[in-house]
Ligand binder design. Structure first.
Ligand code: ZN
Length: 183
């Protein structure tokens, strides 16, 4: 038991260190109570209150000035990261034992694809009838809040799609504009 506890602490510690590393790319000013405003070193975009998840997505997807090596590093980080850890407040011990984190990520991915590709408003995800429908299929799964669906989970899916495109293009030879349009 003690091994499990220390492993969990290790993982949490590593995650916290990674979260604090993202701040190296931003100018931070304390707002008190452990929160900081943030300003991107590369493009000067600013946030009244910087959140590590938002800052990571900015570097991976939205910053137009960030060096490619840093962009790639953060794309990798988001692509392999678990979205479930970003909404711990929305889960409880019972549901985590019923639906493990890997399965939760798979369901999150299917959910965001369905919402985006079918043009479903993100607010639907917290409608009681929708929650009821989802939980009748998988009791242990708590759908994410709409804010998490439209930011963290959407950003992860965009990152995965962009990474797949990058990986495919890396191995393409004699690529011309014609090839791209044919895709
Ligand atoms: Zn930026």
């Amino acid at each position: 038991m003690s091994t499990i506890v220390s492993n969990t602490t290790d993982i949490q510690g590593k995650r916290d260190r990674k979260e604090s590393l993202v701040w190296e790319h931003f100018i931070k000013e304390s707002l008190g109570s452990g929160h900081y405003s943030a300003k991107c070193y590369y493009c000067n975009h600013s946030w009244i209150r910087g959140k590590p998840e938002v800052l990571k997505s900015h570097l991976a997807l939205y910053c137009t000035e960030v060096p490619l090596s840093i962009k790639t590093e953060y794309m990798e980080m988001i692509a392999v990261g678990s979205t479930a850890s970003n909404r711990r407040q929305n889960t409880n011990a019972n549901s985590l034992t019923e639906v493990n984190v890997v399965k939760k990520d798979k369901i999150d991915q299917a959910l965001i694809r369905f919402f985006v590709c079918c043009g479903i408003p993100f607010s639907t995800v917290n409608h009681p009838y929708f929650v009821d429908f989802i939980q009748s299929l998988c009791f242990g799964y708590n759908p994410p809040k709409k804010d998490a669906l439209s930011t963290t989970i959407l950003n992860k899916e965009i990152t995965l799609v962009m990474k797949n495109i990058q990986d495919e293009l890396k191995y393409e030879e004699n690529l011309t504009l014609g090839n791209i349009f044919r895709i």
